[in-house]
Design a protein around this ligand. Structure first.
Ligand SMILES: *Cc1c(COP(=O)(O)O)cnc(C)c1O
Length: 382
């Protein structure tokens, strides 16, 4: 039997359906309706309410962050994270080309520029070896500040992304960023529940960002979260994302340029209910990944991507590495023609019109992976 047909049959069987199998859809199996009804009954649907506070507290406890601050979206949270670590106009930010566009959009909002560095094949995330090599060849420290020798711009931050929920090599990234005095901001949008050496992703850098978009492991409809180890910075984040109003019973005084990035209480209510089931969701997703791994063991020229060593991954999106670009195109065509939703990795940032003029390090692994990655249906199985 043709391999692609075998795979499509297996996925229909896995999801116990002969109908369309989506890539990643939300599951509501708990207190969602109850909490939403409470918001409406109490009229607390908007910018303040107990679910906002509870969701922040619950997320801080769950991730081990000192402080967690909700945002309207993961993209907004990334924007705030970069601003809060001091990224300014014309600064450079080291990041990967293999990411969702939000990472690059966020730094562009500030007027900063990306420098695209390669990823590792065993994590799909930013390679500390490649970061180190680029810095050694292209950067210098002057009075403790890192500059790009050819552009003269300051290299202010580094944003690794934990691709499809798999943690990047965080110890090494922390180390290289410390050596070069570069701020580490983790785009942990996809990696809620994923651990690196037992510690939650998003808590290694100065700031970490999580997304609760509808296709992520848990959702608030739309939303994001900032994770801080520095409580003061977290308090500043809360202030700035809520219009920077000086607390007072009736006066309207603001002491910063503020943003209306606060998450409404109804979204936070959804988040609280979803978070109550995250353990089950991730167990379920890991079982699905184990089923895929077992199935693909006997299929030639196809590698099922397994979590990096010393990591516990949420397997947000299951991933195959195919033999070549032709196999990738054939696979995408066949599966999508046969009611199984699959997709390639995002078009590389370094190839998008807005970002293709920026420096990169050759992106060898990145381009190799872009020709071979496909994502498989990964929703929690009911
Ligand atoms: C989902 C995602 C974001 C944030 O997306 P929002 O839809 O704004 O919440 C950021 N970065 C990556 C890598 C993502 O996958």
């Amino acid at each position: 039997m043709d391999t692609n047909k075998k795979i499509v049959d297996f996925i229909h069987q896995l999801y116990d359906t002969s109908e369309f199998v989506p890539l990643s859809v939300p599951r509501f199996i708990g207190n969602e309706k109850k909490y939403l009804a409470e918001c409406i009954d109490t009229t607390f649907v908007s910018s303040v309410g107990k679910f906002v506070d509870r969701f922040e507290g619950d997320m801080a406890a769950y991730t081990g962050a000192k402080k967690a601050v909700v945002c309207v979206s993961g993209t907004n949270a990334l924007h705030m994270a970069l601003m809060l670590v001091g990224v300014e106009r014309n600064d450079e930010v080291l990041t990967q080309a293999l990411t969702f566009v939000a990472t690059c959009n966020a730094l562009s909002y500030i007027g900063a520029h990306p420098v695209f560095i390669d990823v590792d094949k065993d994590t799909l995330g930013l390679s500390p070896t490649a970061v180190r090599k680029w810095l050694k060849n292209n950067a210098e420290l002057k009075n403790g500040i890192c500059y790009n020798k050819s552009t003269g711009c300051r290299v202010k931050a580094c944003v690794p992304m934990h691709t499809f929920g798999h943690p990047a090599h965080l110890d090494e990234l922390v180390q290289v960023c410390t050596e070069w005095n570069i701020e580490l901001v983790e785009d942990a949008a996809e990696s809620i529940g994923s651990l690196y050496k037992g510690k939650h992703t998003g808590t290694f850098g100065k700031v970490g960002v999580i997304s609760f978009n509808g296709n992520k492991t848990i959702t608030t409809g739309g939303g994001g979260m900032l994770l801080f180890q520095d409580e003061k910075l977290g308090q500043l984040a809360k202030h700035i994302t809520t219009q920077a109003k000086v607390p007072h019973r009736w006066e309207f005084v603001h002491d910063h340029i503020g943003y209306n990035y606060r998450m409404p209480n109804i979204n936070a209510a959804l988040g609280c209910a979803q978070l109550e089931h995250i353990g089950e969701f991730i167990e379920n997703k890991r079982q699905t990944a184990a089923c895929y791994a077992e199935f693909f063991r006997n299929i030639t020229d196809v590698t099922f991507f397994i979590e990096p060593i010393s990591c516990y991954s949420n397997y947000w999106l299951n991933t195959l590495i195919l033999k070549d670009k032709t196999s990738q195109l054939n696979f995408l065509q066949y599966t999508n023609d046969h009611d199984v939703m699959t997709r390639p990795v995002w078009e590389l940032m370094s190839r998008l019109e807005m970002f293709k003029g920026y420096e990169n390090d050759g992106l060898e692994n990145t381009q190799w992976l872009a020709d071979r990655i496909v994502n498989l249906p990964s929703s929690v199985r009911l």
